[in-house]
Design a protein around this ligand. Sequence first.
Ligand code: FE
Ligand code: FE
Ligand code: ZN
Length: 283
Amino acid sequence: MKPTFLIGCHLSASGGYTAMAETAVSIGANVFQFFTRNPRGGAAKPIDKADVAAFTSYAAANGIGPILAHAPYTLNAAGAEQRVRDFAEATMEDDLVRLEETPGALYNFHPGSHVGQGAEAGIDLIASMLQRVFAKASSRLGKISTTVLLETMAGKGSEVGRNFEEIRAIIDKSGLPLGVCLDTCHVWDGGYDIAHDLDGVLDTFDRVVGLERLKAIHLNDSMNALGAHKDRHAKIGKGKIGADALAAVINNPRLAALPFYLETPCDLQGYKEEIAFLKGLRK
Ligand code: FE
Ligand code: FE
Ligand code: ZN
């Protein structure tokens, strides 16, 4: 049996969970991503229990698939300053505790930037922070039902997670059941040619990380050339990866059952059109 096409996009969380799910349905989406709090960090809004309850029944009635919570992109678990690392740690612990209100969610974060300390030091800092976060959150919650995902990065500046080996190293050093979110723009900018050798890239991912750890795809075109290490997302079919290659991504038998989240430079109407376009390309 063919898997359901799980497709959606990044949405504003300002109206709460139910509003996001209704917006998703209104644009033809059945999954969505949102920031857990202001992308620059800061306190999250208190959880509205009535909203969570309404969302849970609405999601079940409307076939909403896994929701993907994205950590603020300013979190840096690999920062050089203790203050920066403490902020990342406290924020992630708080996010994991809050996400248990919607059990079984995915939680994605950018591993961090080593800011000159070197990738190996960055990997050590990220892995040890994750261990403390998991220990503290699970002692508060009993168990964690959220799956925490490392996002594959473009390798801009001193980003950690610039290749599959660095992702694997974080998983191994942490010893935690982490998953991975593969961002098509980031891996392209990182030098993995998904436009001409998708199966080769997936073979490499499987060998280095393990495809069983791949839990989500950020579906983006890229403004930049293969290996540019820049990270600028383009609309589907308007970048260097191209619509044909992204159609191959959503139809690849090793990826087709995963949820796909658009993070293209679109407004809601633009996302609605991209979702319709991709549904037309889905086999
Ligand atoms: Fe991201
Ligand atoms: Fe992304
Ligand atoms: Zn990006």
